[in-house]
Design a protein around this ligand. Structure first.
Ligand code: ADP
Ligand code: MG
Length: 694
């Protein structure tokens, strides 16, 4: 249970005065829906209102504070023209300009002959100096109310500075002082303020330096977040290690049968990681291991061999994947590979319902199913494995830590193998995978040709379509990925449907398939199957195909609006081709003009296929300003910490977490209690629950 002291922070933003449902929605979209989200929404700029030139000296484009006398009101003859209030000081005149103004109101705040302090941005238009919509208009007596410096925040369409500012102030006003969770010696050394003071100060920058990530207040907040992250990971690791595992050493008969049936031999890299995994499974401790290998490196067969080792001992294995498509695909691949072996493989997804589902569950409970593949439906309570020895989680970056935990509870002592194709720069692997042992799968199966990557503007779409048509007529198969329209699934869908229609007209209706996130699972499978079987030659898709899909015959990957995709995602998409022995092509179609970052991304894509290199470049490109936390990248969402700027803190946090758990494994000391609050503050609730159960 979340401690009571944090209750105010987790209220919805609509609990704030002046925040109704409409504003609440906008804030939620921008920062998140609770007060704590507003607290984490830190300013990115500041406006200095201390610059007080005379009117004549106010530079074009600058924010200034002027003291002026109101001389005339110019009511426009036409509603579309602005309302102007002419003011002056000893040096010259300035027009305060208002669009859609209410005359009464303007007379009330700017009465003729009165002296007013106005603050805002000035512009020069020929001889005329204007200040459109001043940010502040004050009577001279109230001048002290003018803030010297004002923070500015990132906004979103439809949300303006003032209401957001007010909401943030409202949220800050409700933040409680919290017990100190940091080590006092460390605090003193870093000269950090208590949490609440640091938070308030971060929202009241008094200079540009206060906006930088290396400012003490920002570092304190970042460190709190990093410590919560590292502590949670360390607790999970401890809980996993603490539970006795079991030694899984099969007799090798199923694995031998599989190896004999494989149309290829394992690469050296595959043998190496398999060796590590089997050795780990063979120990009487619980395995929690990450298998990291680039797209197409051949992780699936490694996972299958590990699962067969478990099955050889008479136990079961579970194989969890993020999408229905992938579940089905793995089911088919694995079933084909294990043909003729005395084992039963089944698939369970959210779509499995009614009688078939019941039948499957009772088969499972009776031990008649040896490998169960599925989506998160595998977590459901009524899914009972009589003896689960190994859980494999594919494409881990699509799941959170929480799921990892839940699944861990399924088989009391089941080993866990997590697989990911998202290469992570070394500096970051700590924060993401601090709780796991890591196996690196290097290299790719032999015979792969480099994918030829080309970039061209969307204006050459017709050429590209003609090229795809030619290739298809010669027997090629192509993925066609449709534009990603930020945050709007509806539009994504429309774009995909439209492209499908166009391509179907040109290539022939039966030859083009469509798959997108809104489709029913059954229809998705059908579209995928038709493409795998070669009935359709082109598969138009939103990014549901991004992860893990394996169609070796596909040799063309066209990505529309490539500039809207992140590097990691482009790399994943390109990884869908170049899997067979034929030359493959990746066509990155971009909308012009191309921004600087997008241009750099595309250049890197053309330069290399090395996932680790791409990941490093990705991090470098996204730079310090951007948060690690986009879903596509697979990094955990940090609100306050910055991967580049706070690297040093990450390492300290890891050591700190270790030390804390050594001294106070159940977080029972006063500092331990405070650390529990920290964990809840950063929503590491699942980790705290381990304390009770463990
Ligand atoms: P990923 O690591 O991206 O999950 P997959 O496991 O889907 O990669 O493997 C990609 C392709 O490589 C599959 O078609 C698979 O059959 C093939 N493959 C795997 N291992 C080898 C190997 N040792 N030699 C040749 N082909 C292999
Ligand atoms: Mg895979």
């Amino acid at each position: 249970m979340r401690p009571e002291i944090l209750f105010p922070l987790f209220k919805p933003v609509t609990a704030l005065k002046g925040v109704g449902p409409r504003l609440g929605k906008l804030i939620e979209k921008l920062a998140g829906g609770r007060l704590v989200d507003l607290c984490w929404h830190l300013p990115t700029g500041l406006i200095d209102r201390r610059f007080r030139p005379s009117v004549a000296d106010a530079p074009d484009g600058a924010v200034v504070t002027l003291t002026v006398t109101v001389d005339e009101h110019h009511v426009p003859g036409n509603r579309r023209l602005p309302y102007k209030v002419l003011c002056s000081d000893h040096s010259g005149t300035v027009n305060l300009v208002f669009f859609n103004a209410k005359e009464d109101y303007l007379h009330q705040i700017l009465p003729l002959g009165a002296v007013r302090v106005v603050s805002g941005r000035v512009g020069h238009y020929g001889q005329e100096i204007q200040m459109p919509h001043p940010d502040h208009i004050l009577m001279v007596e109230k001048e002290a109310e003018l803030p010297a410096v004002e923070a500015t925040y990132p906004l979103t369409a439809g949300l303006t500075a003032k209401p957001l500012h007010r909401a943030i102030q409202g949220a800050l006003a409700q933040t409680p002082a919290l017990p100190e969770w940091q080590d006092p010696v460390w605090l003193t050394r870093e000269q950090w303020q208590p949490w609440r003071q640091a938070l308030l100060a971060a929202h009241e920058p008094d200079s540009p330096a206060a906006l930088e990530p290396d400012h003490p207040d920002r570092r304190r907040l970042a460190y709190d977040e990093l410590l919560a992250n590292q502590l949670a990971l360390a607790m999970i690791r401890a809980a996993n290690r603490g539970r006795a595992g079991r030694a899984i050493v099969g007799d090798g008969r199923l694995r031998q049968a599989l190896r004999a049936a494989l149309p290829y031999v394992l690469t050296q890299g595959q043998e190496q990681v398999l060796g590590e995994i089997q050795a780990d499974m063979g120990r009487a401790l619980r395995m929690l291991r990450l298998l990291q290998g680039d797209v197409g490196s051949g992780k699936t067969v490694v996972a299958l061999l590990a699962m067969l080792a478990a099955v050889e001992t008479g136990a079961q294995a579970a194989f969890m994947v993020p999408t229905e498509i992938l579940a089905r695909q793995h089911f088919e691949t694995l079933t084909a590979l294990c043909q003729g072996m005395p084992i039963k493989i089944q698939v369970l997804t959210g779509r499995s319902k009614g009688r078939p589902r019941q039948a499957l569950l009772s088969d499972l409970a009776a031990g008649r199913i040896h490998i169960l593949i599925g989506t998160h439906a595998l977590f459901t309570e009524d899914v009972i494995f009589p003896d689960l020895a190994l859980t494999v989680i594919d494409e881990q970056h699509r799941f959170g830590v929480h799921q990892r935990l839940n699944l861990g509870d399924k088989g009391a002592a089941a080993d866990i193998l997590v697989m990911t194709a998202t290469p992570i720069p070394r500096t970051l692997s700590l924060t993401v995978y601090g709780d796991m042992d890591i196996s690196l799968l290097r290299g790719k199966p032999p015979g792969r040709q480099a994918v030829e990557t080309r970039a061209m503007p969307l204006s050459r779409l017709d050429e590209v379509v003609a090229g795809v048509q030619r290739a298809v007529n010669q027997g090629a198969r192509a993925f066609w990925v449709c534009p990603l329209v930020a945050e709007n699934e509806q539009l994504d869908l429309a774009a995909a449907e439209e492209r499908h229609a166009v391509l179907a007209r040109i290539l022939g209706p039966g030859r083009v398939g469509l798959v997108h996130g809104r489709m029913k699972a059954r229809d998705k499978d059908q579209a995928m199957q038709a493409f795998v079987a070669g009935e359709t030659k082109v598969l138009v898709a939103t990014t549901v195909i991004e992860v893990g899909v394996d169609v070796p015959e596909a040799t063309i990957m066209a990505v529309e609006h490539a500039e809207r995709f992140g590097l990691a995602q482009l790399h994943q998409l390109r990884g869908r081709v170049g899997r067979g022995s034929r030359q493959s092509h990746c066509l990155l179609l971009y909308g012009s003009p191309l921004g600087e970052t997008a241009r750099a991304r595309i250049a890197i894509m053309r330069e290399t296929e090395d996932g680790f290199r791409i990941a490093e470049e990705d991090l470098r490109l996204r730079g310090t300003g951007e948060l690690l936390g986009t879903r596509q990248s697979g990094f955990p969402a940090f609100r306050l910490a910055d991967a580049m700027a706070h690297q040093d803190l990450m390492e300290v946090a890891r050591d700190d977490a270790q030390l804390i758990l050594t001294r106070d494994p159940h977080l029972e000391t006063p500092r331990g209690q405070a650390l529990r609050v920290l964990l809840y503050l950063f929503e590491r609730d699942a980790a705290v629950k381990l304390l009770r159960s463990g």
